[in-house]
Design a binder for this molecule. Sequence first.
Ligand code: INI
Length: 199
Amino acid sequence: MTVFEGNFTQASSMKFAFVIGRFNDLVTNKLLAGAQDCLKRHGVEVDPDGTQVDYAWVTGSFEVPMVARQLALSGRYHAIICLGAVIRGQTPHFDFVAAEVAKGIAATSFQTGVPVVFGVLTTDSMQQALERAGIKSNLGWDYAMSALEMASLMPQILNGKPAALGNGMGNNQSMALPMSSTNLAEASSAEVKSPEIAG
Ligand code: INI
């Protein structure tokens, strides 16, 4: 039988998109820097003027899934990395934003077949968020690693060929995109459910 496993060796032939929330950008800018560092050290040209990585800034985490979905439906990317920071305040607002962004990102990935990384911190304080965005470690790096691995895995699964036999590389040495015409059609016609509104 077959073992499918993502690797990190073909990053220079892949395309990625970031969706980044401006809300708490003290944190999200640091997550972005960590993720860019990881991609760069795996051979990805992260310059926005280059051909490998696009960047979409949105107002806050709540808006992230909508833009991630459109990017996924474009069929242009091997993986999409969503970055946000939802920090608990004095009201239940945190719970609504955190729940919707998590559900929305999961639905986007599930419906489109494009790996969409959940790089949204949900913390009780700014201190906790900063600790995870550079002070102690930078989870941005881990989110980029997840994108690289999943971007390598999905074409193998679609082609039914594990990496050793041919991992989505065509004759032109560019990595096959994960979005098949079938899941593109299904995803674009999928019912879009409105977020739940607090009663
Ligand atoms: N957006 C965040 O990304 N993080 C937060 O902590 C946050 N809080 O707590 O309010 C937040 N709110 C904004 C939200 O994402 C939307 O941008 C806004 O509601 C407009 O739709």
